[in-house]
Design a protein around this ligand. Structure first.
Ligand code: C2E
Ligand code: MG
Ligand code: MG
Length: 646
């Protein structure tokens, strides 16, 4: 009488049930990919094989309980389902192993091999009906194992060997979760199989599939952490993993990064729920746009699509396909929502590079696309611009270390006193060849790379040294340009004052210039900061008034003593009547508000005379003098005072 222990099978069934429920609850809401579907079938087939095993063992243990033909049928079904389940598990593991490999040839070959092995196995099951090679019923109607009964173990061993070969071949592109599976699963399967060989009466077939499911499920759990909770597509972490695996495997890829523009307006207009729904729609669209492409949500309103790169023409078509979607509005329910976006397009051709390098290129391309509010493809021009940008950042770092920056001064003419009473301090930097780098280039880079603070203190210290030396005749004040980062520093006023005290200077000899666009960023905070600066006695200029961010209310809201009119406002004065009218109106307006007006960028005598005539308080521009080094400024001011005295 056969007495096989079914404890392991019952335990496995419970374990599979827990995994199934947990898996379905976690993943049920998201879109089921092929990989997930295969895993679901794996779980179901494993459960089916265990149930069949239990039924067959019960019937075998109670001979005569069912007709012989039914016993044959049930046992054959068990063999078929077990083999199918093994093949499904193997297919799932192949999908995981080759997840980050675009070469479909590999997965096609794997599928063919798995199918062939299963067909051979099925033939053996069919042959068993005639020769009893797997199992048979003896004359006493007792179940007996056939000579090839252990074929059930041979099938997964062959599949494992093939999987191992495939893993080794593609190991540079195999994800961490599969590496974890490959390190844990074979020893577990081997141990359980050995146990089964030595203790054949304690059935462990179900246990093996339950443990394999558990290992796969745990590896899947790391995947669920890689999902974006709102859209269900992969998140930034997953993008980074995918990118590093693809680049490590030298696979040719195209990456399209889409950043939605002015999305805050969508939230404002339709509410956040609708905004979320739009993001969900976009994510789903991007994920399904290209057959071999995957979408990732890499930022709040930024998505990346990664797909195989074959040639430039196809890559261009992909880009156009993506762009064309944004020509039509997105329809959600009865609402239509037009969206605009900027796109960064990068093709990686499998050359020697690190994922970090590719990522930097991508980020630079996206930053450019955002600036241009359009499409930017990473090419040789962008690459050399990026190198130049890095070079400038390196030069700045070195220059801060070696104090290689220069501070130049541009004299400012005082119309009422007919003297140069002030100057603006402007930072100068040369590259390795000694060519000047424009502040318009390096200042924004210093702001973005956290160096602007140090630069400002370099300039302020220079100004303090210069003013306290008393070398410049008639120079009463010098102005310092401040950046937004400084305005965000709560210790700003205190630090400026410490410099002034150290050099025994009174606060009224320093003026600070603030560009208007910074004020719009965090108006309340900026207001408090400027108020505490003004309270120290330092006078404040609103710089670049008229550069596109002009908001007259900020003139009232902030404690400005001076308004600096940008060059663009006086470019066509006095020839253009309307420009002239605007200038006059602004002068009258600011004067009536108690502000003094400085006009910058004055290049001609005609304009300078005209401004004096209109009542401008101060004039700055190449007509009088360009920015110059300290020694030249001293000579310039000495010449001016001599001319006055003569
Ligand atoms: P800004 O503060 O508006 O400085 C005036 C800019 O106009 C200077 O350019 C100056 O050389 C230029 N300029 C003066 N007169 C004329 C003129 O008649 N015609 C023309 N076409 N341009 C004239 P620069 O030195 O290249 O500086 C550019 C910008 O870089 C500055 O604009 C300022 O925003 C920033 N910057 C310069 N030095 C510093 C600094 O130390 N700290 C900060 N935060 N920003 C600085
Ligand atoms: Mg300025
Ligand atoms: Mg300016």
């Amino acid at each position: 009488m056969i007495r096989w222990s079914l404890m392991g099978e019952y335990f496995s069934l419970i374990l599979l049930g827990i995994i199934f429920i947990r898996y379905y609850c976690c993943e049920g809401r998201t879109v089921f990919s092929l990989k997930k579907k295969v895993f679901l079938f794996c779980l179901l087939s494993a459960a089916a094989s265990i149930v069949l095993n239990i039924i067959t063992v019960v019937t075998i243990s109670n001979p005569g309980s069912i007709p012989l033909w039914l016993g044959m049928l049930l046992n054959s079904a068990y063999f078929i389902v077990v083999g199918g389940s093994c093949s499904l598990f193997a297919l799932f593991m192949f999908l995981l192993t080759l997840e980050h490999v675009y070469d479909r040839h590999c997965i096609r070959m794997a599928s063919k091999v798995l199918l062939s092995l299963y067909i051979v196995y099925l033939l053996a099951v069919a042959a068993n009906l005639f020769n009893g090679c797997l199992f048979y019923y003896d004359a006493a109607e007792q179940y007996q194992r056939g000579p090839f009964n252990r074929i059930v173990f041979l099938l997964p061993i062959l599949q494992l060997c093939f999987l191992g070969w495939c893993y080794i071949r593609n190991r540079s592109s195999v994800g961490n979760s599969m590496v974890y599976v490959m390190w844990t699963m074979p020893p577990v399967v081997l141990l359980l199989s050995l146990f089964q060989v030595f203790y054949p009466d304690f059935l462990l077939n179900g246990m093996i599939s339950a443990f394999v499911s558990l290992i796969l499920f745990l590896s899947f759990q790391t995947h669920t952490g890689d999902r974006d909770s709102l859209t269900g597509i992969r998140n930034r972490n997953s993008f980074m993993t995918e990118l590093s695996l693809r680049v490590r495997g030298r696979q040719r890829i195209q990456i399209l990064v889409v950043s939605l523009l002015s999305f805050a307006d969508v939230n404002l207009q339709h509410g956040h729920n609708f905004g979320d729904a739009v993001l969900y729609e976009c994510a789903r669209y991007f994920d399904q746009l290209f057959p071999l492409g995957h979408a990732f949500r890499t930022g709040n309103v930024t998505f990346a699509i990664m797909l195989p790169w074959t040639d430039d023409e196809t890559a261009h078509q992909h880009l156009q396909q993506l762009q064309s979607r944004f020509r039509a509005p997105w329809i959600l329910g009865d609402r239509s929502c037009p969206l605009s976006c900027c796109i960064a397009d990068l093709c990686y051709d499998g050359h020697e590079a690190t994922a970090m390098e590719v990522l930097e290129q991508l980020e630079y391309t996206l930053a450019r696309a955002k600036e241009e509010r359009g499409v930017v493809r990473f090419d040789d021009t962008i690459s050399s611009q990026m190198r130049r940008r890095q070079e400038i950042i390196d030069i700045m770092r070195q220059s801060i270390r070696d104090r290689r920056f220069h501070v130049w001064y541009q004299p400012i003419y005082c119309c009422h006193d007919d003297v140069f009473c002030s100057a603006e301090a402007l930072l100068r930097l040369d590259d390795y060849e000694g060519n000047p780098i424009s502040p318009n280039v390096f200042i924004p880079l210093a702001e973005k790379n956290g160096m602007i603070g140090e630069l400002t203190w370099i300039v302020l210290e220079e100004i303090c040294k210069f003013l306290s030396s008393g070398q410049a005749p008639g120079l009463k004040t010098v102005s310092l340009n401040l950046s937004m980062q400084q305005l965000l520093d709560p210790g700003l006023a205190g630090r400026i004052q410490r410099y002034l005290t150290e050099y025994q200077l009174s606060p009224d000899c320093l003026k600070v210039e603030i560009t208007e666009r910074f004020l719009l960023h965090d108006a309340q905070y900026a207001k408090r900061q400027l108020a505490s600066l003004a309270a120290t006695g330092i006078q404040i200029y609103m710089d670049d008034f008229g550069t596109g961010y002009s908001n007259l209310s900020s003139v009232l809201d902030y404690p400005f003593s001076f308004i600096k009119l940008d060059r663009s406002l006086v470019l066509h004065v006095p020839e253009d009547h309307r420009a002239e009218l605007m200038l006059r109106t602004l002068l009258t307006l600011f004067h009536s508000l108690g502000k003094r007006v400085v006009v910058e960028g004055v290049e001609s005598e005609t304009l300078a005379n005209y401004l004096k005539h209109c009542g401008a308080d101060m004039i700055q521009g190449f007509y009088y003098a360009a920015p110059m080094p300290k020694q030249e400024l001293i000579a310039f001011l000495s010449r001016q005072s001599q001319q006055q005295n003569a």
